[in-house]
Design a protein around this ligand. Structure first.
Ligand code: AMP
Length: 281
């Protein structure tokens, strides 16, 4: 594995691989790698000649009161894990290199952001699509791999790729979970012991919703209430939202039909966790 730290070098190398006829699978991350990230690499290895992973904590996608500075980082461990997983090129630019010049363009996401995390994180997805547009142009992947744990991100990025005609395929990857059902996340390190146990209530409440839907319940409000009640009874975190929406459009629905997402966000003392399930009805 080689590690590259500037976008200029990275783009040069990606161009060379394209000229040589190698397909490129791309896994964008913010590092502090865990088994979820490694699953994306595993999927990428199935269909691509070269695997490129980026590790970049993107300042643009963090709001003023958010955890940009405190976001967990461990580059040396990340390098080791990426190499063991079979990453060929690790791209770790600095913010100064990525955002070298004063910006002339501002990107604004118009759809799929007026709900879920978009509501309490204004500008977050604008920062996500900006950095991904840059990364797609620097790395020129044939396929880019995204976890469905961040389902809204996947929905927004699908809009980005479609609108701007990026010549790549987006590949969604199922959420990797701990045995308790808790979705693996870099932010789980912020949980204390008690919260970590309680946090499994997020997934369990989603499973509850799935059972209700499978049993033929059609009342969306009732399903949302059940999810909230389950979480309130089993954890002390503050519920930020529980939503049942169409996927990937993320629109309110009145009838349970087609692909729907049930998504939850909960604030614990130091961590805000999200989780979701997508069901095809
Ligand atoms: P992050 O480093 O948190 O920005 O995540 C980088 C990528 O890994 C995103 O596409 C995430 O959706 C994905 N990811 C994060 N956690 C998981 C997980 N538990 N299972 C699968 N993918 C994940």
């Amino acid at each position: 594995m080689i590690t590259i730290t500037t976008k200029q070098e990275m783009q040069q190398l990606a161009k060379q691989h394209k000229t040589d006829g190698n397909s490129i699978g791309f896994v964008p991350t913010m590092g502090y790698l865990h088994v979820g990230h490694l699953k994306l690499v595993k999927e990428a290895k199935k269909n691509n000649d070269i695997i490129i992973m980026s590790i970049f904590v993107n300042p643009l996608q963090f709001g003023p009161g958010e955890d940009y500075k405190a976001y967990p980082r461990d580059p040396e461990r990340d390098k080791q894990l990426a190499e063991e997983a079979g990453v060929d090129i690790l791209f770790m630019p600095s913010p100064g290199n990525m955002y070298q010049n004063e910006k002339s363009i501002r990107m604004t996401v118009l759809r799929r952001t007026d709900t879920l995390c978009g509501v309490n994180r204004p500008g977050h997805f604008d920062g996500v699509v900006t950095v991904l547009s840059k990364l797609f142009n620097i790395i020129m992947p044939d396929r880019a791999y995204f976890g469905l744990k961040d389902a809204q991100q996947f929905a927004v990025v699908s809009g980005l790729v479609e609108d701007l005609d990026f010549p790549l395929e987006l590949i969604p990857v199922e959420t990797v979970r701990e045995a308790s059902g808790l979705a693996v996340s870099s932010r789980n390190v912020y949980l204390n012991e008690k919260e970590r146990i309680q946090a499994s209530a997020l997934y369990k409440s989603l499973q509850k919703a799935k059972e209700l839907i499978n049993s033929g319940i059609q009342d969306i409000e009732a399903i949302i209430c059940e999810v909230k009640d389950y979480m309130k009874a089993n954890m002390e975190g503050d519920i930020d939202y529980v939503e049942l929406l169409s996927f990937p459009e993320l629109e309110q629905i009145t009838v349970l039909k087609g692909k729907v997402i049930i998504a939850v966000a909960v604030k614990f003392s130091k961590a805000r966790l999200i989780d979701n399930i997508i069901i095809d009805i």
